[in-house]
Design a binder for this molecule. Sequence first.
Ligand code: GAL
Length: 410
Amino acid sequence: MKRLVVSILSILVCSIVLAQGKLEIFSWWAGDEGPALEALINRYTELYPNVQVDNATVTGGSGVNARAVLKTRMLGGDPPDSFQVHAGQELIGTWVVADRMEDLTFLYQEEGWLDKYPQGLIDLISTDKGIWSVPVNIHRSNVMWYNPAKLTEWGISAPETWAEFLTICPSLQAKGVTPLVMGENWTQQHLWESVALGVLGPDDYKALWTGELAFKDPKVEAVWNRFGEILKCSNDDAAGLSWQQATDRIVSGEAAFNIMGDWAAGYMTTTLGLTPAEGFGWAPSPDTGGVFMMLSDSFGLPIGIKDRDNTINWLKLLGSVEGQDLFNPLKGSIAPHFDSDLSKYNAYLQAAAQDWKTNTVVGSMVHGAAAKEAFMSQFATVLEIYLSTGSAQAASNAAQAIANQVNLGK
Ligand code: GAL
């Protein structure tokens, strides 16, 4: 027995010491989005001190810029060793169908992960040919953020419905406060899908992405009309704001509410040093109580990379309880791994973990989980059409045309 332990230990030590060379990790977690990833990389470097890690980032919330750079590299035959990608069609509809990813079923078997992740999440990253990435987190998309002290000062509380929000809106505007702050295009799409979930409810929201509910349906026109009413309560300079700058306006009290994923909680706790429920408050996006719109960041193993063994060690760390409990409390997300230790998480994240277990779960379209990548990547144009025409019909027609082109749901 003693001999067995000694030889296992020496194999382990040897493989750690022998690991050398490079590892390039490609993501959009730059600047103040970076601390959680950096914590993981530091741990990797402790485990594999002879591996030189290149933390390659392309700034831009939700990966709008990183995806374009990744495309050039993948098509040019220069894949990064591992890249950030949303669990779901964002990976499967692109680099899996193009045969550019390795099947990771072997790793799930070796690491015993098949029983350690929710089946729904494994399904999201799988096809009948394999499992294609390792999810590091679960983010919630449909969250409304605010500053509790400011709401008290203004004598309001977080609205549970958009109808309620629209009645509060004029009084805030009269005080010179922006009722709802938005940022650049993708953050407006983000708001749109939360409004869609609220207006349609979870079943019709899901039916939109499977193609069972047509964009031309009057129910979807009602979503655009509601969205238009909400936009009248938002800031004029949205196009020039990053999601962090929009969050800053909540904190300062220039604006009352913001709909954003819970990376905003990561930013407010890790970067701004605020305490959940004191420095910032949260509620489900109006009309979506009891529903958890999820998305997940994951990393895969491209075919033809230079540092395959180092990448597999990286994926092992990402998928481990240790890695996830290091990363997620800083990131503002929860761990998908069943053995995660919730005592390491703050009050916001403990509440999110509870909702994740008890709410109806739906996927985010904007963040790669719910719809074909070919549809998701063109939704920015649909939004622009709505913003320039103000016409629900024009936007719905555009969305339907794209859905038909890409065979949405097939
Ligand atoms: C999401 C991503 C999050 C966060 C956010 C803002 O798409 O899943 O982890 O990075 O974009 O950039």
